[in-house]
Each structure stands twice: as C-alpha cells, then as structure tokens.
Design a protein around this ligand. Structure first.
Ligand code: HEC
Length: 144
C-alpha cells in the first residue's frame, strides 16, 4: 500500500494547519470523540502502520521488519519521520491539525493514500500520541 504514496489532500492539509497557539495545547480534535490511549497504541503498531516510519511504540530507532519494497517506498519520501516522543521536533500544535495530518496525509511528506482508520480510531491514536509526548517531556515517568 505504501507504493501508492500520493499527495491528495496535501494542499487542503497545508491550508488547514491551525496557527501556532500561545495558550495551553488544545486536546480537542473537533470530532467530540474521546480517545483511548491503550487502543491507540495497538492501532499505532498495527492497523495504522504508524510504526513503519515512526518506530514501534514511537521509538524512532525501533523499526519493524519490513519488505524491501516497503523500505524503498518509505525512503523515497520527501521528509523523514519525526520522533513522536520528542515534543521539541514536532511542528503540529494541536490535535485538530494532527487529526487532519493522519486522515489526509502528512503535509510535506505525502502518505496514506487510502487510510482506513475511523474517526474514533484516529482519536484513540491521538490520545496515545499525547502520552508519548508526555513521556519525553517528563523523563523517567511512565506515560500511563
Ligand atoms: C510512510 C511513513 C509514515 C507513516 C506510515 C506514518 N508517518 Fe507520520 N510522519 C511521517 C513523516 C515523513 C512526517 C514528517 C513530515 C510530514 O509531516 O509529512 C510525519 C509526521 C507526523 C506527525 C506530525 C508531527 C509534528 O511535526 O507535529 C504526526 C503527529 C504523525 N506523523 C503521526 C503519525 C501516525 C499517528 C501515523 C499512523 C496512523 C503515522 N504518522 C504514519 C511519515 C510517516
């Protein structure tokens, strides 16, 4: 599925990134749904195939064993995947922007031509991502 990387939704995604906020980060996705980080972790390392690029459990160096053609397709991307445990290297400022990036493909990188994740599943993943960012900003503390 990664061989069909394309940019549909890219322009939309770029236009819709919310301006940076100075206030505390909003956790709202605009969907009104509530995320479950435990389910999000399973989706991250499974159906969502996030671990292909962002590493198992978001540990950037911990890549799963992939087919050579999948590795090649990932290597062709314009950008390399950021460390989702390191808040400092991330550019999206709120869950609305992250939700769109996951649904429509990552701006600047191009991906997910046919994501099958539901709104609820993306919301669960966002709860997990919030835990990952938390784990990096408070070293030694479990994200849960
Ligand atoms: C094919 C590789 C690939 C896969 C699979 C992938 N990503 Fe990404 N991701 C990237 C790249 C490259 C970037 C940085 C450039 C960009 O945004 O396009 C990125 C950026 C992000 C960002 C933005 C971080 C910031 O800067 O704030 C988030 C959040 C994210 N990914 C989450 C996910 C989630 C969740 C999944 C699974 C549903 C996923 N990614 C799957 C490659 C990937």
């Amino acid at each position: 599925m990664l061989t069909r990387l394309c940019c549909s939704g890219l322009v939309l995604a770029l236009l819709s990134i919310a301006p940076s906020r100075t206030l505390a980060e909003s956790t709202s996705t605009g969907t009104g749904l509530k995320g479950d980080a435990t389910r999000g972790q399973v989706l991250f390392n499974g159906k969502g195939i996030c671990h292909y690029c962002h590493g198992v459990d978001g540990v950037i160096d911990k890549k799963p064993a992939l087919k050579p053609e999948t590795v090649a397709a990932i290597a062709k991307q314009a950008a390399s995947a950021p460390d989702l445990r390191n808040r400092a290297v991330q550019t999206l400022k709120d869950n609305k922007a992250r939700f769109r990036a996951i649904r429509e493909g990552h701006p600047g990188g191009g991906m997910f031509p046919d994501s099958t994740l539901s709104d609820q599943e993306i919301t669960d993943i966002l709860a997990y991502l919030a835990a990952l960012r938390q784990s990096a900003s408070t070293p030694g503390k479990s994200p849960y």
